[in-house]
Design a protein around this ligand. Structure first.
Ligand code: NAP
Length: 260
């Protein structure tokens, strides 16, 4: 299916690895010029090179920086001042008990997972509305639908979700849609990083055993493949997806048990 977005420009935040990377790959495969961001230059440059090789007609721009800081956002916007597509994303906050979090911990989580997407939307949405095309997709979490053990994430992501629900209805008349994708468990580095390692160590099992447990607990019988996440994101950014806005779409292999 041709999504009708060849030649469009996208900022894909936090995209050297994982879900952000998968979104950038899927968009580039549709002929979208992509601006990628990440803090680490090495993985970013590797991802950019892979995308360029697979899509010689696509312009791939790398921006090294922390997207949760004003400087990081300014650098991304300078590299792509008039994006048609914005994918907001950043690392998630650590897990743990809310009793252990200070005000500074909360501000950091809110900055990363609520205020950064809001700042990026603020900087880009009016231009999109004037140009009569815009697709904004926020990568949030299944925590929006059913809280997880990550108290900081539950709070920060709910704040973003409430904000989006309001503005997504105001932009769509100008063909600017704003939606969020809610990942369940996907096979990215995050699955093997600190929180997972700590849980595995606490329970004296290996990371592979922990992942096998995830696989069993998901009705699909497996964790998600980032590629399927990226393809869904690209679809939402397509020219014909203009009637979908303000939605929070779970991609979780059936893990959420509710009827609605
Ligand atoms: P990942 O595989 O660890 O990749 C994270 C990517 O974001 C990397 O490219 C990383 O590069 C970049 N990044 C992180 N913090 C950044 C920052 N402050 N500024 C710029 N780039 C940054 O993570 P993921 O699994 O794709 O997760 C993406 C988001 O989805 C996270 O918010 C996560 O909490 C959420 N989520 C994921 C899952 C899942 O199962 N994977 C489930 C629910 C929610 P650098 O480190 O070099 O900056």
């Amino acid at each position: 299916m041709d999504l009708g977005i060849r030649g469009r420009r996208a900022i894909v935040c936090a995209s050297s690895k994982g879900l952000g990377r998968a979104c950038a790959v899927a968009l580039a495969n549709e002929g979208v010029h992509v601006t990628l961001t990440a803090r680490g230059a090495e993985a970013l440059s590797q991802t950019a090179a892979e995308i360029r090789k697979a899509n010689p007609g696509v312009v791939v721009t790398e921006v090294v920086g922390d997207i949760t800081t004003p400087e990081g956002r300014e650098a991304a916007l300078n590299a792509c001042p008039e994006p048609d597509i914005l994918i907001t994303n950043a690392g998630g906050p650590p897990g743990g008990d809310f009793r252990n979090w200070t005000r500074d911990d909360w501000i950091k989580a809110l900055d990363a997972n609520m205020l950064t997407p809001i700042e990026l939307i603020k900087a880009t949405v009016d231009g999109m509305m004037v140009r009569k095309f815009g697709r904004i997709v926020n990568i949030t979490s299944s925590a929006v639908k059913a809280p997880t053990s990550r108290d900081l994430s539950n709070g920060a992501r709910a704040g973003l979700t409430g904000f989006i629900a309001g503005i997504a209805r105001k932009t769509v008349v100008n063909n600017v849609t704003i939606n969020s994708l809610l990942p369940g468990v996907f096979d990215t580095d995050r699955l093997r990083e600190p929180d997972a390692r700590a849980e595995a160590e606490k329970r004296r099992i290996s990371i592979d055993e922990l992942i096998a447990e995830y696989n069993k607990s998901i009705p699909a019988g497996r964790v998600g493949d980032p590629e399927e996440f990226g393809l869904f994101c690209a679809f939402l950014c397509g020219a014909k997806a203009s009637f979908i806005t303000g939605q929070n779409i779970l991609l979780d292999g059936g893990a959420f048990p509710g009827t609605l």
